[in-house]
Design a protein around this ligand. Structure first.
Ligand SMILES: Cc1cc2nc3c(=O)[nH]c(=O)nc-3n(C[C@H](O)[C@H](O)[C@H](O)COP(=O)(O)OP(=O)(O)OC[C@H]3O[C@@H](n4cnc5c(N)ncnc54)[C@H](O)[C@@H]3O)c2cc1C
Length: 430
C-alpha cells in the first residue's frame, strides 16, 4: 500500500523575513535541513531558504538507501575500467551528450586524476570516516526529524552478471572487510532462496546486512522540515543570488532584491552551489551526475531489501511510495531537459532481471546529483570568510552522509574541533 506523505510545510515569503538573521541555510534538501536541525539543536536561530521548495532537488526521489558500507569512491581504476563498456553501450548506465563534453572535460580529467591509487586510498579513508560518523549520528538526526520509525534495517543484495563480474568484485569486498564491513556471498540455490523472484540467469550475489533504508526520501525530508519549523526555524521560498562578507557577518542578496545580514551562512544548494561559492572567490569543480528512476505503485512483486545491479548502474528499492527502479549517470549539466528514455531503459532491464515485475504505470523522475571529481563532498569554510560554511557535493550518497555532514557543519559553525579529519573534504583541495 502506498503511504500518504505529510504536506510540504508552508514557506514564508521573502518580504516577511527580518533583515538581520542568525544562521541562514541556503538549500532545503536533505543536507541543508539536516544542518539546520543540528544548528537549531545547538541553540541557533535558523532561517532555511530554497528557491523551489522543500526537497524539490535531488533529495526528492532518490533511492532511499543509507548505504553505510559504500566506502569505495566512484573515482577509481575500477570505474575507469568499466567506462568504455558503459559508454559505448546505448543501454548502459553512462551517457555524455557530445555537446556537453567540452564543459565536462575539466571535471573528467580531474576524475581520472583522482582515480590514481594514492588518492583512492585517501578517499576510502575519508569515506570510511564519514560513514562511521553518519552511523553514529543517524539515530540523533532521525530523532530530530521525529522519523525514527521510518528507518528500516533491510540490508542490501548486490547482484553480478556472471562469475567473471563476481570475481572482479572480490578485491573491493576485501577492502570493505578491512574496514570492518560484514557481508555474505551467496550462490545458486542459496541466492534464489534468499531472494525469490530473480531471473535464473543470476548465480552470484553479496548480501550486506548493515545497509539500511528510509521509508521514502521525500517523506523523511518533509518530516525533518516540519520538525524544525515546529521548533521555531523559519523556512522561506527565496533564491540566494550572492553571498558577500559584510562588516559584522555576511550579506546575502536574494532574487527578490532584498539583502539580509546573517551572522553565519551554510551553503547547501546541492548541484547549484558552484556560482555562489565562485562569487566568494572559491573555485570548486562541482558538476552534476543526473540520475533517473521510475516509481511503480503496483509492481506486482514484494521486495524486502534494495537490489543493486552494479553491472548496469541501477538499483531497485522498495519504498512506501512504491517500488523504485533507477540510477544511471548522465553527464549533461543543469539545464538540459530530461531524457526519460534513460529511465525506461533501466525499467526494461529490471523486467528481465525480475520477470514478475509489473512495469506499467510508473512515475518517472530525474534528479541532479551534486558531484565533485574525487567522489568526496565539500565540507568546510569558504576561503573568503569563516562565516560561510560549505556543505555540498555529496553525489550518490547525500542521504547517507546527511547526519555526518550536519554534525561537522555544526562544529564548523561553532568553531569546535571536528570528530574526523576534515582535510580531504576542504573546499580548497582542488
Ligand atoms: C537517482 C538517484 C538516486 C540516489 N540514491 C541515493 C541513495 O539511495 N542514497 C543516498 O545517500 N543518496 C542517493 N542519491 C544522492 C542524493 O539524492 C543526493 O546526494 C542528495 O539528495 C543531495 O542533497 P542536497 O541537499 O545537497 O541537494 P538537493 O536535494 O538537490 O537540495 C539542494 C536545494 O538547494 C536549492 N537551491 C539551489 N540553488 C539555490 C539558490 N540559489 N537559492 C536557494 N535555494 C537554492 C534547490 O532548490 C534544492 O532544493 C541519489 C541521487 C539520485 C539522482
Amino acid at each position: 500500500m502506498v503511504t500518504a506523505f505529510p504536506s510540504p510545510p508552508p514557506l514564508s515569503p521573502p518580504a516577511s523575513l527580518a533583515e538581520r538573521q542568525d544562521v541562514v541555510v541556503v538549500g532545503a534538501g536533505i543536507i541543508g535541513l539536516a544542518c539546520a536541525a543540528y544548528l537549531q539543536e545547538a541553540g541557533r536561530q535558523v532561517l532555511v531558504i530554497d528557491s523551489k521548495g522543500v526537497a524539490e532537488g535531488a533529495s526528492k526521489a532518490n533511492a532511499g538507501g543509507l548505504a553505510l558500507s559504500d566506502i569505495l569512491p566512484l573515482a577509481s581504476p575500477r570505474t575507469l575500467r568499466q567506462v568504455p563498456r558503459w559508454f559505448f553501450d546505448p543501454l548502459g548506465p553512462l551517457s555524455l551528450p557530445i555537446g556537453y563534453l567540452p564543459r565536462m572535460l575539466p571535471w573528467l580529467l580531474r576524475f581520472v586524476y583522482a582515480s590514481r591509487p594514492a588518492q583512492v586510498t585517501r578517499s576510502i579513508a575519508a569515506l570510511a570516516d564519514l560513514m562511521a560518523l553518519s552511523r553514529a549520528e543517524n539515530p540523533k538526526l532521525w530523532a530530530l526529524a521525529g522519523a525514527e520509525d521510518k528507518l528500516r534495517p533491510t540490508g542490501s543484495l548486490q547482484l553480478y552478471d556472471g562469475a567473471g563480474s563476481f570475481r572482479r568484485a572480490a578485491a573491493s569486498w576485501e577492502l570493505r572487510k578491512a574496514h570492518g564491513i560484514a557481508f555474505e556471498h551467496l550462490q545458486d540455490d542459496d541466492l534464489h532462496h534468499f531472494q525469490p523472484g530473480l531471473s535464473s540467469a543470476f548465480r552470484h550475489g553479496t548480501h550486506v546486512p548493515s545497509w539500511e533504508m528510509v521509508s521514502d526520501p521525500y517523506e523523511v525530508t518533509l518530516l525533518l522540515a516540519e520538525a524544525i519549523q515546529g521548533r521555531g526555524a523559519v523556512l522561506a521560498k527565496a533564491q540566494a543570488m550572492a553571498v558577500k562578507p559584510g562588516p559584522d557577518g555576511v550579506q546575502l542578496s536574494l532574487g527578490c532584491g532584498r539583502t539580509l545580514a546573517a551572522a553565519q551562512i551554510v551553503l547547501a544548494a546541492g548541484a547549484w552551489s558552484r556560482p555562489l561559492a565562485k562569487g566568494l572567490g572559491d573555485r570548486i569543480p562541482l558538476e552534476t551526475e543526473r540520475g533517473y528512476n521510475t516509481t511503480l505503485e503496483n509492481p506486482a512483486i514484494i521486495l524486502e531489501r534494495q537490489l543493486i545491479f552494479g553491472d548496469h548502474g541501477f538499483v531497485v528499492s522498495p519504498l512506501s511510495s512504491g517500488l523504485r527502479v533507477g540510477g544511471g549517470d548522465e553527464l549533461a549539466g543543469l539545464d538540459a531537459p530530461p531524457n526519460y528514455a534513460r529511465a525506461r531503459t533501466m525499467l526494461t532491464k529490471a523486467k528481465g532481471f525480475l520477470p514478475d515485475l509489473n512495469t506499467e504505470g510508473g512515475i518517472e523522475w530525474m534528479g541532479h546529483r551534486p558531484s565533485l571529481p574525487d567522489s568526496l563532498p565539500v565540507i568546510g569554510h569558504s576561503a573568503a570568510t569563516s562565516r560561510v560554511v560549505y556543505a555540498f557535493g555529496h553525489a550518490h550518497l547525500g542521504l547517507t552522509q546527511a547526519a555526518a555532514t550536519a554534525r561537522l557543519v555544526r562544529d564548523l559553525v561553532a568553531g569546535t574541533p571536528a570528530p574526523i579529519n576534515l582535510a580531504p573534504l576542504r573546499p580548497g583541495r582542488f
